[in-house]
Design a protein around this ligand. Sequence first.
Ligand code: ADP
Length: 150
Amino acid sequence: MSNTSKKIAVFPGSFDPITLGHVDIINRALPLFDTIIIAIGSNAAKNHMWSLEQRKATIESLFENNDAIKVATYQGLTASFCKNQGAQFILRGLRNSTDFEYEQTIAQANDKVNGIDSVFIISSPEYGFISSSIVRDIARNGGDYSKLVP
Ligand code: ADP
């Protein structure tokens, strides 16, 4: 298969930290794409709990045996990063209608402005309540979040 016909998706996020919800979306998207690039956005305006290096190393070690998965960091627009990588798709997870409302306008803008389609996978019921921000809250208060992360 030539490179141009390869189906490449970017899965963008903060992954602060990566959770079982993210892993579920990635595993279920694998049959759809030749390559999934897990792209950790570095946003200086956001206050992170885990450093970019820590987040990248954790994700790399999780998927080190899977050649279809790559891990990268990026700054700026997700759509620009996609073009840069030759990716035709953005992968996102949907937990509820709040996620949907937020994603809808971004996806429509990315399609119109950049010609990049978004592909959504609805979270599995057992992971739909998990968010990185809940994990951070638990971590900040010294709780046990081990059941929420890989
Ligand atoms: P962002 O800061 O861009 O929201 P996140 O790291 O929080 O980044 O999330 C990245 C993607 O993973 C988003 O599409 C988000 O909706 C999805 N996601 C996060 N948690 C879950 C979950 N528990 N189940 C399914 N999708 C999820």
